[in-house]
Structure formats: structure tokens, C-alpha cells
Design a protein around this ligand. Structure first.
Ligand code: F6R
Length: 246
């Protein structure tokens, strides 16, 4: 595990954007899985800036969304797809055909899961997967208790997650009850993981995830078993972790 501790939000955003840019420089046709949420907002801005400064070229890059809410129109501003389109996709030279996303209103969700799994296989796997951590230790929409051998699947969202994500939909009641997500196995099969964590409120769960027992009760603890994990944190989230590899 490599830990990058950043003293400011700006450095945090830039450090995370650099991990993505470095991956693309090394492999211009890389496949990158992308999380949404509060945590990576500034990172996407920093990445767009790198693109505008001609520091990174997305023309051959393939991206796929890590998760999505179910039962809402993809154009709803609260969806992961809208988030990524508005903050990232529409500002860079990604080819439309290289943006892979969930059909949030599929007739058959089981088939949609298998379609996504097949896509990951078809592109040769995920080279770099960007993750955040939920207050309950979730990864993607893999809520506590999710089996480590799951592939793409539908999850019932916990109350904690729906409350935390109220900002996306304006009101908690409007936050969908279910999501579709890469499973724990898909996550562990990614070539490299970047876990981004910021803010004091995440310090406790982060500490538990990286130093505690590896358990399905705390999905993020699985990252301890990944052999290429980069943890990008800010000083607040790092409050309870050893300052190694700064
Ligand atoms: C979002 C996702 C979630 C978030 C996590 C942290 O696509 O997969 O697992 O990464 O809920 O969210 P924030 O960053 O809003 O605290």
C-alpha cells in the first residue's frame, strides 16, 4: 500500500488526478473505473485542468462508471452518469464509444449486470479503479455484508448511504432505494486501486478499513488484500493513520 497524505484540498485533488494521468501516460488505452461523490469532485476538476494544459490525452482511454442508482432516468442530475458527464466527460476528449455506463432503467437488471461483467472482460479488465469510502465502509454501492465474491449486482442501499447522498437528489426520499455496482470481486480484480478519502469524519472508518480485520462487514477492508493500492488522503482523514510513504 502506498499512502499519499496531502496537507490541503488542492494538493489532495492534484495528487489523485496525477495518479490517473500517470496511468494514462503509461498506457494510453487504459480502462479506468470511476467513482462519484463529494470526495473526487476537485480531482475531476484537476484532471480537466491537466487535459486543458495538454498534460493528458483521453482519446484512447476507456472509462466505466463504478455504480449507478436504479429506477431513475439517467438524465436526472442526481445520477452518477450526470455527475461524471457534467464534471468530467463533457470537458475532455474521451470518445463517446469509450464511455461505458449502466442502464439505470433496464427492463432486466440481472441481464444488465451480466452485460456489465461481459464488458469488463471484453476490454481486458480494469487497469485503474477510483474508489471512495462510505461512512459505513462501503465501496461503490457494496454495502456492509456484501460477499467478497460478488460481481456486478444490485444492492439495496442502507439508510446511512441514502442519507449521505441526499445532496445528489435534494431530498432523502428522492434518493433511490437501490443501486447497481461493480462487485467486490470486480474491485479486487482491477490492476490498481486508488482509494480517495478526505475529511475528519472519515478518519475513524479509514483507520478501521486499513488496519482492522478484513471482513465482509466492512467492505473497504478488502483493499488491504490488493497488491497495488494507492491511498490518497488529506491530513484530516489521515489523523488516525501512520504517516508512512508520505
Ligand atoms: C460513488 C461511490 C461511493 C462513494 C462513497 C463516498 O460512486 O461509489 O462508494 O465513493 O459513498 O462518497 P462521498 O465521497 O460523497 O463521501
Amino acid at each position: 500500500m502506498r499512502i499519499k497524505i496531502n496537507e490541503s484540498q488542492e494538493l489532495f485533488d492534484q495528487a489523485a488526478a496525477k495518479v490517473i494521468a500517470d496511468c494514462i501516460r503509461k498506457k494510453p488505452a487504459a480502462t479506468i473505473g470511476l467513482a462519484t461523490g463529494h470526495t473526487p469532485k476537485g480531482m475531476y476538476e484537476a484532471l480537466v485542468q491537466l487535459y486543458q494544459d495538454n498534460q493528458v490525452d483521453f482519446s484512447m482511454v476507456k472509462v466505466l462508471n463504478l455504480d449507478e442508482y436504479l429506477g431513475v432516468d439517467l438524465n436526472n442530475p442526481g445520477t452518477c452518469m450526470s455527475y461524471l458527464t457534467e464534471r468530467f466527460y463533457k470537458h475532455v476528449n474521451l470518445s463517446k464509444s469509450n464511455i461505458h455506463f449502466f442502464n439505470s432503467e433496464a427492463d432486466d437488471y440481472e441481464e444488465e449486470c451480466r452485460r456489465y461483467d461481459r464488458h469488463i472482460e471484453m476490454v481486458g479488465g480494469i487497469d485503474l479503479l477510483i474508489l471512495g469510502i462510505g461512512y459505513n465502509g462501503h465501496l461503490g454501492f457494496n454495502e456492509p455484508g456484501t460477499k467478497f465474491d460478488t460481481t456486478v449486482h444490485v444492492e439495496k442501499l442502507t439508510d446511512i448511504t441514502r442519507t449521505a447522498n441526499t445532496w445528489s437528489f435534494g431530498e432523502k426520499d428522492k434518493v433511490p432505494t437501490h443501486g447497481i455496482t461493480l462487485g467486490m470481486k470486480n474491485i479486487m480484480h482491477a490492476g490498481k486501486l486508488m482509494l480517495m478519502v478526505n475529511g475528519k469524519k472519515k478518519a475513524g472508518i479509514l483507520h478501521e478499513a486499513i488496519y482492522g480485520e478484513v471482513t465482509e462487514a466492512l467492505p473497504a477492508s478488502v483493499v488491504q488484500l490488493h497488491n497495488d493500492l494507492v491511498l490518497v488522503v488529506d491530513a484530516d482523514a489521515a489523523a488516525e493513520i501512520d504517516n508512512i510513504g508520505k
